[in-house]
Design a protein around this ligand. Structure first.
Ligand code: GLU
Length: 511
């Protein structure tokens, strides 16, 4: 029987969600939606020593910002909370299966102290062996329920001695599974160690809780980062030992996201070094250290999602811009590459520009209005902002660029770009501006008529077009570049334009 597709994103709250984690969540989400399945969020928080305060809230907020809503968790509908393994553990969910493995001889108790484990490693190192693992070749010389008598074991447990439960990995067995992205993964069980599944603090480890939950939650596809590939064989063994092989999920291990320059995994340090965020939203560590986020840096969530979708997956066409629905329709794990993808911060900006330009001027105006007001600009007329957006959107990467790069729409220049003044403000410039004040004062104040009047003046006086144009541009905007000058003048209006031309004559001087 075809099973309903069910996938999960299973982060551990050990810190902020890296952009690679967001991509894992995204691919799970797209895969679920494509197949009419469920996308489940499960917080894997059984390792108390790695717990970081605020990380879970951060993960939830990040997913929300990205629009990656999950379908299922504790509670109902839109208000449901993610599954949380620490809570599930309190319900005794994992212990039951640990006991099943113990009873079947697939797991055993081990009482070795940290010092004894260290001694074992030292001894094996001294003997020159290549591995210092707790496994089929070493377990017999250690303190565990395979070497101690049953009485001794129960005495230790009753006395409250700390213990762990380890999986008993057999020797020389072939463990294999087919990874959707990498093909067959085959290992000899002799290379695996007897990983800890459960600790006497009452907590299962990642491996145990992860496999049990994937089984209980009827997960059909495990889509996760490549760093979990080495855990695959152990998980396959656990499915075998627990008698769940027939419902074992399929695996897809996603390639790494690599540094923009050089090799290796993209890290926060690369972001700091090259000046781009590696986190979806700003993260404040419990120690108060702040790391920048895409949200706070002015990126649109859909632009980030679009960029991430194409980082490792290719649609097989030249198309680069995708709505989320288009991604859902086009997505398939077959088109996820095996090798890592280099992160490209410039391309991320390009995506943001495309999303910004695709918005209507009216929508952009509403988005920048609070930003303009926060800068103290009085906005009495939304139409004015719509016109500003119309002229500036092609020049902006982020929303605030519209205001930052277009300050002259909001206030008269107080300084004039020194370089431009030096090169382009000529001896005759002040006279040209003075003349043009008269010309413009007698012209209907729209871009078309202003331009026609300007051209006529320049031609009638046999002047250089460029010299005259840059003179008024400097007076109006204070800088040497920008949108079509007569459009700017139309938007800021007659009175303001004439005032600026007048003060330009007074204030611009070559010094
Ligand atoms: N808790 C693991 C993590 O933090 C999940 C790995 C998996 O998806 O199995 O990434």
């Amino acid at each position: 029987m075809e099973r309903k597709v069910r996938v999960r994103f299973a982060p551990s709250p050990t810190g902020p969600l890296h952009i690679g984690g967001v991509r894992t969540a995204l691919y799970n989400y797209l895969f679920a939606k494509k197949h009419g399945g469920d996308f489940i969020l499960r917080i894997e928080d059984t390792d108390q020593t790695r717990y970081v305060a605020g990380a879970e809230e951060y993960i939830l907020e990040s997913l929300k910002w990205c629009g990656l809503t999950f379908d299922e968790g504790v509670g109902v509908g839109g208000n449901c909370k993610p599954y949380r393994q620490s809570e599930r553990n309190k319900q005794g969910i994992y212990k039951k299966y640990v006991d099943q493995l113990l009873a079947a001889g697939h797991a055993y108790y081990a009482f070795d102290t940290p010092e004894e484990l260290e001694q074992m490693r030292e001894r094996l190192k001294a003997e020159g062996g290549s591995s210092q693992q707790y496994d089929s070749s070493t377990r017999n010389s250690m303190k565990n329920s395979l070497t101690l008598s049953a009485e001794e074991v129960s005495r230790k447990i009753t006395a409250g001695e700390p213990y762990v439960v380890r999986v008993k990995i057999p020797r020389n067995e072939e463990v294999k599974f087919k990874d959707i992205i990498r093909g067959w993964v085959i290992v000899d069980s002799s290379n695996l160690d007897d990983k800890v599944l459960y600790k006497s603090d009452g907590m299962p480890t990642y491996h145990m809780a992860n496999v049990v939950d994937d089984y209980l939650m009827k997960i059909t596809h495990v889509i996760r980062g490549e760093e979990w590939l080495p855990s695959g064989p152990l998980h396959v063994m656990l499915y075998r030992f627990l008698g769940w092989e027939d419902v074992m999920p399929e695996f897809a291990h996603l390639p790494l996201i690599l540094k923009p320059d050089g090799n290796g995994k993209l890290s926060k340090r690369d972001g700091d070094r090259l000046g781009f965020p590696v986190f979806p939203i700003e993260w404040k560590s419990p120690e108060g250290e702040i790391s920048s986020g895409y949200r706070e840096s002015g990126y649109f969530p859909n632009a980030v999602i679009n960029m991430l979708a194409l980082l490792g997956w290719n649609p097989g066409t030249e198309q680069e811009l995708f709505t989320v629905q288009e991604l859902v329709d086009a997505f398939s794990l077959d088109k996820v590459g095996k090798s890592g993808s280099k992160f490209d911060p410039e391309k991320t900006k390009w995506f943001n520009e495309q999303y910004l330009r695709a918005k209507s001027n009216e929508e952009l105006a509403q988005l920048i209005k609070p930003m303009a007001q926060a800068k103290g600009y009085q906005i009495s007329d939304d139409k004015f902002l719509v016109s500003v957006c119309n002229l500036m959107k092609e020049r902006a990467t982020f929303l605030n660029d519209i205001i930052e790069k277009g300050t002259y729409f909001f206030e008269a220049p107080t300084t004039y770009d020194a370089e431009t003044v030096k090169k382009k403000w000529k001896d005759e410039s002040a006279k040209i501006v003075t003349d043009l004040i008269t010309v413009f004062s007698n012209t209907a104040f729209n871009a078309h008529d202003l331009e026609a009047a300007f051209k006529k003046y320049v031609e009638d006086n046999s002047l250089g077009f460029g010299v005259a144009m840059i003179a008024i541009r400097l007076a109006i905007t204070g800088v040497g570049g920008g949108p079509h000058l007569f459009d700017i003048m139309e938007v800021i209006g007659k009175e303001e334009s004439i005032n600026r031309l007048k003060s330009g004559i007074e204030k611009i001087n070559k010094g």
